[in-house]
Design a protein around this ligand. Structure first.
Ligand code: FAE
Length: 547
């Protein structure tokens, strides 16, 4: 067995045949020969966390996609950057020798400040499967609002630590729906390719796919989609496909094939820690303070902004409050994190000149989940890769794109499982609740119904054709639809509304938004490639004109 604790990319390199430049359409993506940019972490000494009284040229709030792009490009332009991250560094193995725990055996590392897991798929065979854990600053936050639970990554790397790695460029014909105020030519000619290169996106080897037992579930998905006349295709991913092939062959330590995903991947996934953040650190100009949470950003008397930061321990308690001065601040705390900060700062009079678009335009990317019960002659496999590689596209006709998702429980379930992205038109708004001192979101569970209807355009037809039914035991007792959650929060500080067309916050020179909160609620596919590409576009303009 070859162990590779630094991650799969370091093991065998990144094969050029599997690299895609991101200009292709969703299905049938062309494999292009492109440059390989999966930077390996350089031997940069760990810098001290930020200290009270520090004065930094640029402070970035959050270390997800938007924040990492901003930090790398600013550093390459010669500007020192300090990144503040409320979650942990996730660079030190636990007592089991691994940094991350698996979905099959969640421990305290799994959830952000919970005493019980809150698994997205929380029932099996009709029984609840959540279990007690110790309260800890774990990696996955299941943040509850009144009508929806929003799942988010916590730690250096943000959502890249916990997500499925599906790296999808929207079809060009849908782009005006995704980002109506952005020129598609510049995105598809320059920024999508740049984002795909920076993220290390690749596609599965189609010949290997046919023989891999871990992707039997995808082949069953293809068969059923095809028999009902739906286009099925491979979906790019940031997982190291060479490492995946070795996992299947049993020559390396398993990660995707060992149930690792929601609470982190120990080996093959190229999270931001291995790509943008590694490159950013290697410039020597980027410092990161984990377990630090920004509480306030206020105009400073002599110019710039006073940033108040709570230092946390692993129990989530504030152990220290720090105040620093920043010439410029980039909000990259994710759609929910950035929206909550801005809504609070406007409502409490700290940043009163922010405009009335703050907090608006929030969407769930139309996420709904469901499972189907197959016949006994259609097993989906007891060994399933946690990394999805394919999807069913019915966006134009029915408003749904559905990834063929794994159900990696370690036994044969005869189930097909899907996460659908739908064109659900509902949008919610964040608002300040003075009574509770918290930010609310007015999404209602019933607002998922348009998304369910769109997903049904695919699965009602497949069920009718196959003579199969929906699973009713995965989200409760006789409950078909996973309609209580989203993995893809978007909006709340929408581009060209709450900000100008490059993310500059209206009313406050030197304050910028550069994450998923800029996107008005839906990307038609999985969102992180678009978040990354938009950040690449905006930071290039900001560096050229503001700095
Ligand atoms: P994000 O990556 O969330 O980063 C924000 C960071 O800011 C986080 O690290 C926070 O901890 C930190 N933060 C928040 N508030 C503060 C504060 N006050 N002070 C300091 N730090 C703070 O933002 N997308 C795909 O495209 N493909 C997938 O396959 C996929 N699968 C997913 C699966 C799961 C389970 C989840 C949860 C998400 C998935 N996503 C997927 C969504 C994707 O990860 C998400 O859109 C991006 O991570 C959002 O990027 P941002 O830069 O906006």
């Amino acid at each position: 067995m070859v162990d590779n604790p630094s991650g799969g990319t370091g093991h065998k390199g990144f094969s050029r045949r599997k690299f895609i430049a991101g200009t292709g359409s969703l299905l049938g993506v062309a494999a292009l020969a492109g440059r390989t940019t999966t930077a390996q972490a350089a031997a940069v000494p760990a810098a001290a966390p930020i200290a009270s009284g520090d004065h930094v040229p640029v402070l970035v709030i959050g270390t997800g996609y938007g924040g990492s792009v901003a930090a790398l490009r600013l550093a390459q332009a010669g500007i020192d950057v300090h990144m503040i991250e409320m979650g942990m560094a996730w660079d030190t193995p636990g007592s089991d020798g691994k940094i991350f725990c698996s979905t099959l055996n969640p421990d305290q590392r799994s959830y952000w400040l919970r005493t019980k897991t809150k698994q997205p798929l929380n029932y099996f065979l009709g029984f609840p499967i959540d279990r007690n854990i110790s309260r800890y600053t774990g990696i996955l936050d299941a943040e509850d609002f009144a009508g929806i639970t929003v799942y988010q990554g916590r730690g250096v790397g943000g959502g890249s630590l916990v997500n499925g790695g599906m790296a999808v460029t929207p079809k060009r014909e849908n782009f005006s729906f995704v980002l109506p105020t952005v020129n598609p030519d510049e995105m598809y000619d320059t920024y999508y390719p740049r984002a795909n290169a920076g993220l290390g996106v690749g596609v599965i080897d189609s010949a290997w796919f046919e023989s891999a037992s871990a992707y039997q579930y995808s082949r069953v998905g293809r068969k059923h989609a095809g028999r009902s006349g739906f286009p099925w295709g491979f979906v790019p991913n940031v997982y190291d496909w060479d490492y995946m092939e070795q996992e299947q062959a049993g020559t390396v330590t398993r990660s995707a094939l060992a149930g690792e995903i929601l609470y982190g991947n120990n080996y093959g996934k190229k999270s931001l820690q291995k790509t943008y953040i590694a490159q950013a650190k290697a410039t020597g100009r980027v410092t990161i303070s984990p377990l630090h949470r920004v509480a306030s950003v206020a105009p400073a008397a002599g110019g710039g902004y006073t940033v108040s930061i709570d230092q946390l321990n692993t129990n989530g308690d504030t152990t220290n409050v720090k105040t620093v001065l920043a010439d410029r601040v980039f909000f990259a705390a994710g759609s929910v994190g950035t929206s909550k900060l801005l809504v609070k700062l406007k409502a409490t009079g700290v940043l009163p000149n922010l405009n009335d678009e703050i907090g608006k335009g929030w969407g769930d990317n139309g996420n709904v989940m469901c499972g189907r019960a197959n016949h006994l002659w259609d097993p989906t496999g007891s060994l399933q890769s946690t990394i999805p590689c394919s999807g069913i596209d019915n966006w134009t006709a029915g408003g749904a794109f559905s990834e063929v998702a794994p159900l990696p429980v370690g036994i044969e379930t005869f189930a097909s499982f899907y996460l659908s992205i739908t064109k659900n038109p509902n949008r919610a708004q964040f608002s300040w609740n003075a009574a509770t001192g918290k930010v609310d979101l007015n999404w209602q569970t019933a607002w998922k119904q348009p998304g369910i209807n769109m997903a049904k355009t695919i699965f009602d037809k497949i069920n009718a054709k196959e003579g199969t039914i929906y699973r009713t035991d995965l989200f409760g007792v006789y409950k078909i639809w996973g309609d209580h959650l989203t993995y893809h929060p978007l909006g709340g500080a929408v581009l060209d509304k709450a900000t100008d067309n490059y993310g500059r916050l209206v009313g406050y020179p030197g304050l910028y938004v550069i994450d998923g909160s800029l996107i008005p609620g839906n990307t038609s596919v999985n969102p992180f490639v678009t978040i990354t590409a938009l950040a690449e576009r905006n930071i290039e303009k900001i560096i050229a004109t503001d700095l």
